[in-house]
Design a protein around this ligand. Structure first.
Ligand code: SIN
Length: 484
């Protein structure tokens, strides 16, 4: 990788770049070719506790700053992200693999949370309640929760961190962030920009580690950490939720999905194809809100499937830094093997491959964008998050059947539907048991919107004015002695 001014390999704790105890390090590789990018400080319990202590010490002064002061610092952090957009994007592509244009899009997306919450910091309004007694006044103030832990995923190593950090710092909380072991560099780069922006020591700390379970256990057990925000798998989310129980932490979880994508026979087919390609193949399908089960009404099913296959066959699979790349590598060998095994199972059970279906000729971690038909609800590919560039299609007959199939999952993150019937759009939109529904829209993500799921897809919301609430506590003050 060419020299990058934001490439950092130390942990960032209490405003200082530190090595781990015994100078322990772990290697970060480029998934496009397996080359080594950096050796990074491998934090364990000692460093995690030091970061928690730093965040705890920094909290009172940060919380006491005026909202306008915190807002100004977040705006400076935002401005620096814009100045360094290309450095951040190149780092992201190198460690995660997504095409450079998509990586730059993610940096703008991550930055938009800083901009949004720099504004929102100034609107953490309280409330005055008409008191039942003439002698008292009832007031509600919103106060920062305290030290927050953020455990962030590899698929959006910048944006998922920034949507937690921006809301937390805007609210007056301090943070200890643990990035995913495949992609710690984007988080460390954001620490470098936080330092340049003048965010005070201890307010934002990053502890990279190759031992997520050990660091996660310290973060969740600590009495000083008052909130955990996690984005990742449902399995790990459930474990963290149980680990947070003894200290009764506030918790936000954005977990796995199994998104249905419904195309009715009255839909604008080209718009549905555009929306599906954007939704399904963004980040090579490695997105929690990616369409996982694509239900197409039977009258248009075959035509739709052929048109999708034609589009998918034209996609350029290449390393993220190659010109015109649309599909980069998967994150690691385990991810590739999961996709291979889901496709093998589907084929063995009668699915037909209309496009792709194999590892890409480039080799390594590249997989061909794939279209499968003949999927049935019981197949492993319809029950598990694919997290790869694979579109799995099933026909349906009626609106009722489509709703029942779509809701037949323990997950409830995102769903999509395409129809030109306004009544159907409302009916189906309301009937879908999901936290987010795209109606004639394949992309939901926006700092202005409340992102999050229901059922086993999690709890809490990130983004929008609601995202700030996850980092605030309500305090009710009853002030007496007024009538005397
Ligand atoms: C995710 O995959 O977890 C988030 C994707 C997004 O914010 O669009």
């Amino acid at each position: 990788m060419p020299a990058n001014p934001l490439l950092k390999s130390s942990a960032y704790i209490d405003g200082t770049w530190i090595c781990a105890v015994d100078r322990a390090q772990f290697a970060v590789h480029n998934p496009a070719d397996g080359t080594l990018i950096a050796h990074v400080a491998d934090c364990r319990a000692t460093e995690t506790e030091a970061a928690i202590d730093a965040a705890h010490r920094a909290f009172p002064a940060w919380a006491a700053r005026s909202a306008a002061e915190r807002s100004a610092l977040l705006m400076e952090w935002y401005r620096l992200m814009a100045v360094h957009e290309q450095d951040l994007a190149r780092l992201l592509t190198a460690e995660m693999g997504k095409p450079l244009a998509e990586a730059a899009g993610e940096i703008r997306y991550g930055a938009s949370y800083l901009q949004w919450y720099a504004e929102e910091a100034k609107r953490a309004y309280g409330e005055v309640i008409p008191s039942p007694s003439a002698d008292s006044r009832m007031i509600v103030v919103r106060q920062p929760v305290g030290v927050c832990a953020a455990i962030t995923p590899w698929n959006f190593p910048n944006a998922m961190l920034m949507r937690k950090a921006a809301a937390a710092l805007a609210a007056g909380c301090t943070m200890v962030a643990k990035p995913a072991e495949d992609t710690p560099l984007s988080a460390l780069a954001m620490a470098a920009l936080a330092e340049m922006a003048g965010i005070p020591a201890g307010v934002f700390n990053v502890v990279p580690t190759s031992r997520p379970a050990e660091v996660g256990a310290v973060l969740t057990a600590s009495e000083k950490v008052r909130k955990l925000s996690f984005t990742g798998s449902t399995g790990v989310g459930k474990l963290l939720l149980s680990q947070c129980a003894p200290t009764v932490k506030k918790i936000s979880l954005e977990l796995g999905g199994n998104a249905p994508f419904l195309v009715f026979d009255d839909a604008d087919i080209d718009a549905a194809l555009d929306g599906l390609v954007a939704c399904k193949f963004r980040n090579a399908g490695q997105t929690c809100v990616s369409a996982n089960r694509i239900f197409v009404q039977e009258a248009i099913h075959d035509r739709f499937a052929r048109a999708l296959a034609d589009r998918v066959k034209a996609m350029r699979v290449a390393r993220g830094d190659a010109a015109g790349a649309e599909i980069g590598p998967l994150i690691n060998r385990q991810a590739l093997e999961k996709v291979e095994s889901l496709i093998a199972d589907a084929r063995a059970n009668g699915a037909e491959v209309l496009a792709g279906g194999s590892c890409h000729e480039t080799g390594g971690l590249f997989y061909e964008p794939t279209v499968l038909t003949g999927i049935t609800p019981g197949m492993a590919i319809a029950c598990n998050e694919i997290f790869g560039p694979v579109a799995a299609l099933m026909p349906f007959r009626t609106e009722q059947e489509a709703i029942a199939l779509a809701n037949d999952t323990p997950f409830g993150l995102a769903a999509y539907l395409y129809t030109r019937d306004i009544g159907r759009a409302w009916r189906v939109g309301e009937a879908l048991e999901y936290g987010m529904v795209g109606v004639n829209q394949g992309i939901l993500s926006s700092a202005a919107a409340p992102f999050g799921g229901i059922k086993q897809s999690g709890m809490g919301r990130e983004g929008s004015r609601h995202g700030l609430d996850d980092y605030l506590e309500l305090k009710y003050l009853n002030m007496g002695g007024i009538a005397r």
